[in-house]
Design a protein around this ligand. Structure first.
Ligand code: 0HH
Length: 210
């Protein structure tokens, strides 16, 4: 029986980075998808710590908040750097990913038709920060931090893959970031995950926009 359960809407949304992490680490999980009708009945929302999905189950632990889920898995499976300084840098990078994810989700759910062109124009200003980090030995080069993949890498690659759907040429001016996405996406288990029907058939977002 899989060790972990992810309860979410049937979208990639905020869970796909955790799924990518689990797949890459060779870990098994079970997806339980909640339909909008079930959600609107209200029982699950009432039980949720912050009234939202996803929820993650690891034995007796029930965890809400997608970034807390990533961190839990990272602590358990050695994806949180080699020491305290690495951990803090990984947190910093993940916070940067979260800032961009919030902007992306605001576009998708609140302002898609009117905001898409301006959002795409704003992307170089967002991506340059990550490009700079990849170019600095101070944090890392192959990965965001240090010499080993961390939960922030899965989170960033997932978000960049969504952006490549939104604007296929958006990484063209960023050689390090383009190579990074290709390198991580071609890790054998990630490649298998990304080409699985489960991933491909799962909508990116809940409103059909992408
Ligand atoms: N900070 C939280 C986290 O990182 C944010 C979670 C969140 O936004 O975990 N949850 C949303 C679901 S993602 C939620 O629970 C948005 C997609 C909504 C589309 C659903 C339709 C899917 C149909 C297949 N939203 C529900 C709510 O707030 O009541």
């Amino acid at each position: 029986m899989p060790e972990y359960t992810i309860v979410s809407f049937n979208i990639r949304g905020r869970c796909e980075a955790a799924r990518m992490l689990l797949a890459d680490q060779g870990l098994e999980w079970k997806d339980e998808f909640v339909t909008i009708d079930t959600w609107l009945q209200g029982d699950l929302k009432a039980k949720a710590v912050f009234g939202q999905l996803p929820v993650f189950k690891d034995g007796g632990l029930t965890l809400y908040q997608s970034n807390a889920i990533l961190r839990h898995l990272a602590r358990k499976h050695g994806l949180y750097g080699k020491d305290l300084n690495d951990q803090s840098c990984i947190d910093m990078m993940n916070d940067g990913v979260e800032d961009l994810r919030i902007k992306y989700l605001q576009l998708i759910y609140k302002n898609y038709e009117e905001g898409k062109d301006a959002y795409i124009k704003s992307l170089p200003a967002e991506f340059k920060y990550f490009e700079n980090v990849l170019g600095q030995k101070k944090y890392g080069n192959g990965f965001l931090v240090g010499n080993k993949i961390s939960f922030a890498d899965y989170n960033l690659v997932d978000l960049l893959c969504n952006h490549l759907v939104l604007a296929p040429g958006c990484l063209a001016e960023f050689p390090l970031l383009s190579a990074y996405v290709k390198r991580i996406s071609s890790r054998p288990r990630i490649q298998a995950f990304l080409s699985s029907d489960a991933h491909k058939n799962r909508p990116i977002n809940g409103n059909g926009k992408q």
